[in-house]
Design a protein around this ligand. Sequence first.
Ligand SMILES: *Cc1c(COP(=O)(O)O)cnc(C)c1O
Length: 419
Amino acid sequence: MIEQFFDVSPRFQELDARAMELCRPEFEKIDAIRDYNQVKMLKAFTDNRVAATHMMGSTGYGYDDAGRDRLDQVFAQVMGAEDALCRPHFLSGTHALTVALFGLLRAGDTLLAATGRPYDTLEGVIGIGDAGKGCGTLAEYGVKYDEAPLQDGMPDYELIAEKAKNATVCHIQRSRGYSSRAAFDLATIEKVIRTAKQANPNVVVMVDNCYGEFTQTAEPTSVGADLIVGSLIKNPGGGIAPTGGYVAGRADLVEKCAHRLTAPGTGRELGCTLDSLRQLYLGLYYAPGVTAEAIKTSIYASCLLDLLGKNPLPKYTDPRNDIITSFETGDPAAMVAFCQGIQAGSPVDSFAAPEPYAMPGYTSEVIMAAGAFTNGSSIELSCDGPMRPPYTVYLQGGLNFAASRAGVLLAAQRAFDGQ
Ligand SMILES: *Cc1c(COP(=O)(O)O)cnc(C)c1O
């Protein structure tokens, strides 16, 4: 069907048909998770009596913004959390994680990264090495940092037990970020939490839940996480939220974060929502379905790349705990071609051709393809990677599977036709 609109060679038409056939049983599993999460979502909306008036927004201080506070409650319920802040005032996932870390930690406390080095942008927040130097990192405020590196891509439970004894906050990252491990499933996260809490019952466990939301029928809060944190321009914004982030979990901890998001003593009572609430409600409502479309895109891509012998991670039959598929293109030309193919198959800026460029903070050049309605949104089809051997590309997102399938097929053809 794609060949009726775009140039697809007979070989790639065949590969596409084969991949669709192989993916069918996997898609059925994703549909079941989506349906469960969607009805759970509906129940949260009805239990909390969401009304049209809740979407009107506020200006100025935003006192008595009932729609803002109601959204927090809907979000908390759907995440299985006691309380939440689901707000446009978080400007990214990194900002939400920063608010949580600064909200929970005080001078003299220790932060333990239990699943190895955290996501790149957090190095400057924590103050690892010279990262963020002079910017007011946690380190500059007297917060100590410790790390339990992964062993063969899995948590080192013995080391976590040892190090958790001195930790105030234990950080777990669910999704893989720019690493070659699989995302952690809830059983693994639960085991890390149990290990840390057995060693130190007072430790607060915080999970970076970016890219993990709605990939399963439960969130890390239901396996013992005290706080989960994420971005609304990823899964839980449903491709509709124009900005924002969240923290959700124990009420006393969410309260601490509120005083860091706004000002100490002010907390959650302030923060006007302008015209954002309708989009945040609508995006959240759509999020289970949109996340499922992104996962299907990821599974299809993994299958197609597998058929092309590209050894993608994860495999198309693997369970999914985030929305990322990566693979080694093996050479810079193929990497650029694949990214340019994704761009060409995107609904916005399809006519642009991404090129590698030097980005601040990165040691090698980076290439990024994103033809998105929301700037930087990675729940929309996007792909990127550092221009160095083995030229690994990270592919994520896809608002709807039919179009994203075309995007992935065209990218693969552009990179690997003739091989
Ligand atoms: C995306 C992401 C973040 C936050 O990134 P932002 O670009 O600041 O929203 C943090 N951790 C992980 C694992 C992520 O995937």
